[in-house]
Design a protein around this ligand. Structure first.
Ligand code: AP5
Length: 214
């Protein structure tokens, strides 16, 4: 089971990734989480990525492609993986193809920009695991702490409204063309393409995915 989650920032990719990982027993490869871990660890990659990410821009294709290739080559990806936040540009998708990395399902989360801006204001994250919450729509069991570890939840630096709007602009310009790209791959029989109405409740989206990917 090799899955790509496609959608704007805040469309619910990370939230549904948690569900799909548990359901199919495949690892989540979140390029955003990998970059944030590199920033936290103070690596060279982290230093290069921090400024770019805080400004809501995309990290260079070259850097990201190298990172993902290395991750997919690891043992736990041999029976499948869940790509969350990659590919995000046509060159990234082309690089996957030219490296012989096939996919079974591409799932697009469709959510209007204004819903996204409102969602991001309430997002809280557990940095260690990538678990995502929302103060209203998907609250943790106890306020302000992660359900599994009890550790404090944080607000991502790029969730400030002006940065979110910038990220949305970049999404429409550089990532949205992948919708057509993968629809055409699906028409050629290379993968299955599914569009999900991402404005439904979290559980409703999960149920739909379980049904469609069964
Ligand atoms: P990344 O971490 O990948 O961020 P993103 O794609 O912008 O997506 P998000 O994590 O913000 O949103 P999401 O769709 O996962 O939504 P979530 O489930 O959290 O990337 C960050 C940065 O890293 C990029 O800007 C870039 O700089 C760099 N980067 C990463 N990958 C790169 C690449 N391939 N190339 C170049 N640069 C790259 O949900 C959002 C909120 O909504 C949460 O609070 C959640 O609880 C809530 N929610 C979710 N679903 C629902 C629902 N159905 N109803 C109500 N609320 C919901």
């Amino acid at each position: 089971m090799r899955i790509i989650l496609l959608g704007a920032p805040g469309a619910g990719k990370g939230t549904q990734a948690q569900f799909l990982m548990a359901k199919f027993g495949i690892p989540q490869i979140s390029t955003g989480d990998m970059l944030r871990a590199a920033i936290k660890a103070g690596t060279e990659l982290g230093k290069k990525a921090k400024e770019v990410m805080d400004a809501g821009q995309l990290v260079s294709d070259e850097l990201i492609i190298g990172l993902v290739k290395e991750r997919i080559a690891q043992e736990d990806c041999k029976d499948g993986f869940l790509l969350d936040g990659f590919p995000r540009t046509i060159p990234q998708a082309d690089a996957m193809k030219s490296n012989g990395i096939a996919v079974d399902h591409v799932i697009e989360f469709d959510v209007p920009d204004e819903v996204i801006v409102e969602r991001m204001g309430g997002r809280r994250v557990h940095a260690g695991s990538g678990r995502v919450y929302h103060v209203v729509y998907n609250p943790p069991k106890a306020e302000g702490v992660d359900d599994e570890t009890g550790e404090p939840l944080t607000i991502r630096p790029d969730d400030e409204e002006a940065t979110v709007r910038k990220r949305l602009g970049i999404y429409h310009e550089q990532t949205k063309p992948l919708v057509e790209y993968y629809q055409s791959e699906a028409n050629s029989g290379n993968c299955q393409y599914l569009t999900v109405e991402g404005t439904q409740a979290v559980e409703a989206v999960s149920s739909l995915l379980a049904e469609k990917l069964a």
